[in-house]
Design a protein around this ligand. Structure first.
Ligand code: RI2
Length: 314
């Protein structure tokens, strides 16, 4: 229980962050938690697993990779605890390896869209988006990157240091300078926390403004997103919940306590509609956003029947 709570805390506080990384961390935690459950009553085991899954799902509401990873593991079967543990191990390890391979494959597919000499704008810190840039660079293409700071958590600093380690020329800009620099950009490459059935993208706040500025300048926007970032529940008409994080991330507690009439709003994500997205680069291919339904149905394996039924873990 202590380790489960600690993993949940780390995801919530963003010590473990990035839509793909939190999904893998949750799958790993469920696997390890299943090994630690004591007793020999399978019903009790199942109840404890459900409790752990709910705790992990509750940590961050927007990145759909998290519930998708948890559902993938919670589909385990087994009449005995031993069988259940074996199946959980297989499912969790399968998810983690599949996820790591997906990020690599997205790099290979996406790099084909990058030409020698391109300047790419990116936002926040996405492993899938960086995989594309890293692969293009590894292929010998001379690229440079304009990376946003990504207020308020400054994930852009992670991006510039990762790109710097790879030897990629990078300029850091404040978020509000995205339109100013758009004229220097050839294409935009960003990640996603969720993709809805109608092809909208939910990603770090500012993404929609950046995509709008790119659209205005006729620059292509490529979204790097593994198939488990697609949201099956949007098929039921549900909206993806946008996480609003603590105001202290923006101003700090001390400053706020001196301004009693001020309220700080801190949404972590925004929604970019499909008109502003050229391509979603997944591990099963580069698709137009209009094809999101096919991914949910064919590759995630979630049909409306299964979603409507009360079976399975949601
Ligand atoms: P990968 C991050 O969310 C960013 O919004 C990033 O674009 C997205 O997850 C995808 O990241 P946060 O955890 O899965 O920083 O591509 O809030 O690494």
């Amino acid at each position: 229980m202590k380790q489960l709570k600690e993993t949940a805390r780390k995801i919530k506080s963003m010590e473990i962050r990035g839509a793909g990384r939190i999904a893998r961390a949750a799958a790993r935690e469920l696997l390890e938690y299943s090994q630690r459950i004591s007793g020999d009553d399978i019903d009790d085991f199942n109840k404890k697993m459900t409790f752990a899954a709910e705790m992990l799902i509750g940590t961050r509401p927007t990145a759909v990779s998290l519930p998708n990873a948890i559902r993938a593991v919670m589909r385990y079967k087994g009449g005995t605890i031993d069988e259940a543990r074996k199946d959980i191990k297989k499912l969790a390890e399968g998810f983690i390896t599949g996820s790591e391979n997906a990020v690599k494959r997205i790099g290979e597919i996406g790099a084909r869209r990058i030409r020698d000499g391109d300047t790419i704008m990116t936002h926040c810190n996405s492993s899938a988006a960086i995989s594309i840039m890293a692969e293009a660079h590894a292929q010998g293409k001379d690229i440079s990157v304009i990376a946003t700071e990504s207020r308020p958590r400054l994930q852009g600093l992670l991006t510039i240091s990762q790109l710097d380690n790879l030897g990629i020329k990078t300029s850091l800009i404040v978020d509000s300078a995205v339109r100013y620099f758009m004229k220097e950009v050839d294409l935009v490459v960003m990640g996603a926390d969720a993709v809805t059935v109608n092809g909208s993208i939910i990603n770090k706040i500012v993404t929609s403004q950046l995509a709008l500025a790119a659209h205005e300048s006729r620059k292509n926007v490529i979204i790097a997103a593994e198939t488990y970032k697609f949201s099956p529940r949007t098929l039921l008409g549900e909206l993806v919940k946008i996480e609003e994080r603590d105001s202290s991330e923006v101003l700090g507690n001390e400053k706020l306590s001196r301004l009693p009439y001020v309220r700080v709003r801190n949404p972590a994500f925004d929604v970019t509609t499909r008109e502003f997205i050229d391509l979603i680069c997944t591990e099963v291919g580069a698709i137009p956003p209009e094809m999101a339904y096919i991914i949910i149905r064919e590759f995630l394996g979630w049909g409306i029947e299964e979603l409507n039924s009360k079976q399975g873990f949601y």
